[in-house]
Design a protein around this ligand. Structure first.
Ligand code: P6P
Length: 342
């Protein structure tokens, strides 16, 4: 069968009325920028881009208070530069920047807001483990010409598009506009993303879970009970053995789940309770929730649907339970039961 390129797919989506021309062009710009990020990460030690950002004695810190990798900064710059002249954005927001970035004067503005984690899992770069870019697209409220942070604070259900690119053995883009979740693999010879899976479905059941077990002693009681049952295997109440994975790169873990099912958990624990969780709502949890739900999976905070949260801050953190629907619903039920709401 003739390969379908991302461009052709976007044209089909426009003809189907799923997206407008500006959103289609915006996704092309983001995909092109991600190809450049893939080239930069692919250079590894040869590109002089490994290690920490900053000058000799002072590390460069991001808004999260995390030391930035050189590739964090480079990836952020690539996405900002590509979208400055693209003409499809009213503003963008990034994990690497405190405040939204306005479109420079002299460039045309569009009707969309773009949020991104330019290089998620960057702690894995120096050890050559897959990392990725996560992005989410919202509509800019009518009449707003200089979008501020509060204009980005829309629930995940308002997303027009969400996607990630995983820079692994192959470079893969996974994308949704709310009409299914679809996968594109980069043909490195031609330089085009080619449709490799249309209408992905995540199996409702699974025997594979992803969590950082080193935090177990800090988890809340419902999580202790739930994971304890997974670890008990077929001798326990679940009556089957489970396998465990943890890449510590959300894009890699989520892509495995999108590909073969499974669940990913970053629950509240005593260490991170005050900050509300580890992962960021606006440019990690919400886009991943949109992608997973459109593939038939589920995404909650352990207590409620992620995409229904009303955001309170651009860099707000939340607990994340996502993946195979039946498993996520059981873990969520345990938390709601313990809270006395079921
Ligand atoms: P931990 C990477 O820093 C990240 O934000 C996600 O990509 C990943 O799932 C998580 O943090 C890993 O957290 O506590 O296991 O290092």
């Amino acid at each position: 069968m003739k390969p379908v390129s991302l461009i052709q797919f976007l044209i089909e989506e426009r003809r189907a009325g799923h997206i407008n021309a500006e959103l289609s062009l915006l996704i092309e710009v983001v995909a092109r920028a991600c190809k450049r990020i893939g080239v930069a990460t692919g250079k590894g030690a040869l590109g002089g881009v490994l290690g920490m950002a900053g000058n000799g004695d002072a590390l460069s810190m991001n808004v999260q208070g995390e030391a930035q990798k050189k590739l964090d900064v480079i990836s952020n710059e690539i996405l900002l530069e590509a979208n400055a002249w693209g003409g499809h954005l009213a503003a963008c927001a990034s994990e690497e920047m405190e405040d939204p970035q306005q479109i420079p004067d002299g460039y045309p503005k569009g009707q969309h807001l773009l949020l991104f984690d330019p290089l998620d899992g960057s702690s894995n770069i120096d050890v050559n483990i897959s990392v990725g870019t996560i992005f989410s697209v919202l509509r800019c409220p009518d009449g707003v010409t200089e979008p501020k942070a509060e204009h980005f604070l829309q629930p995940g259900t308002a997303q027009l598009a969400a996607g990630y690119v995983v820079y692994g053995p192959s470079t893969v883009l996974v994308l949704t506009f709310g009409h299914g979740t679809h996968e594109f693999t980069l043909d490195r010879e031609v330089g085009s993303f080619i449709l490799s899976r249309r209408g992905i479905r995540i199996p409702a059941e699974t025997a594979e879970f992803a969590i950082n077990m080193s935090n177990q002693r800090h988890w809340q009681a419902p999580m202790q009970r739930y994971v304890g049952e997974l670890l008990a295997g077929k001798e326990g109440p679940r009556g089957k053995d489970f396998n465990m994975r943890w890449v510590a790169s959300m894009v890699a873990d989520v892509h495995r789940i999108v590909t073969r099912g499974g669940v990913f958990y970053y629950p509240l624990d005593a260490k991170i309770e005050k900050q509300g969780g580890k992962l960021r709502l606006m440019y990690e949890a919400n886009p991943m929730a949109f992608i997973v739900e459109q593939a038939g999976g589920a995404a909650t905070t352990g207590r409620q649907r992620i995409m229904e949260l009303q955001p309170t801050g651009l860099h707000q953190r939340v607990p994340v339970f996502l993946g195979s629907k039946q498993e996520v619903e059981l873990a969520t039920h345990y938390h709601r039961e313990a809270d006395g709401v079921v």
